[in-house]
Design a protein around this ligand. Sequence first.
Ligand code: UDP
Length: 317
Amino acid sequence: MSAKKTAVVTGAAGFLGSHLTDRLLAEGFRVIGMDNLVTGNVRNIEHLASNADFDFIKHDVTKFIYLPGKVDLIFHFASPASPIDYLQIPIQTLKVSSLGTHNALGLAKEKGATFLIASTSECYGDPLEHPQKETYWGNVNPIGPRGCYDEAKRFAEAMTMAYHRAHGLDTKIVRIFNTYGPRMRLEDGRVVPAFIGQALQGRPLTVFGDGSQTRSFCYVSDLIDGIFRLSQSSYHEPVNIGNPREMTVLQFAQEILKHTGTNLPIIHKELPTDDPKVRQPDITLARRLLGWEPKVEFEEGISRTVAYFRDFLAINS
Ligand code: UDP
């Protein structure tokens, strides 16, 4: 029997799940990846096809999860993550973070495994505290179009803490802020692939509202490093992981024009309902607890991401 530790990653064919899988394999884990491929894509894990330490199971984690053998660590990363996806598949979005979290926690209890849930800055909703600290309880509209994601993730956090308190399970909660990098879906509607795709295809950039809303963008390798460190820690309450460098959406559009060497028009479209006006992580806790700090500068991360989408479009168009 392998002496390697076994990790399960739900959502392994997604943007973050696939990068997390790569990191776990590099750290010497055996990884079982699960995905129902609703928003994930096997393209993100096809480079692992011949890796003896990686297995893929096509499974919808809202259904009971049966796995033989030992499992040491479970990362529950399955979920649609783009506001456009929530609008199209709100019920699946609710189910994967409620029923799916329950099943993944049940598996962790059965195996005596550590459990880490991918939560989100959306738990803070349209925040009235800025930047957002983990102690802030948030300002979420439960019945708006984003409610299916926000409330499901808040439920997932509550369920995770309940398993920790009631069953003594070793659990961790990461609140992920806006993250970008290779393997995002070009058409997923989020601002990074949307603007880069538009710029590379010579279309106007679509800024929603006046573009004064802010976001803070973290490069994917930094995020994954913070998550891996958290998985090795003994802290059970939520930890923000994100890059505090904040900018307006309009500034972000201008950066994309600069980095793609284009001079396309910026057009304004209606601001989606409940679109948060500001977002910036307070990462004091992650710094202190995990000795973690984002390292990849915005300019560097954006160049790598633009290069990825350029190659992707050259192959797929
Ligand atoms: N946004 C935009 N144009 C687009 C897509 C998004 O102006 O084509 C804005 C959106 O309204 C939000 C920000 O960019 O204010 C980030 O949106 P995203 O969908 O990436 O995720 P969010 O941070 O809202 O969850």
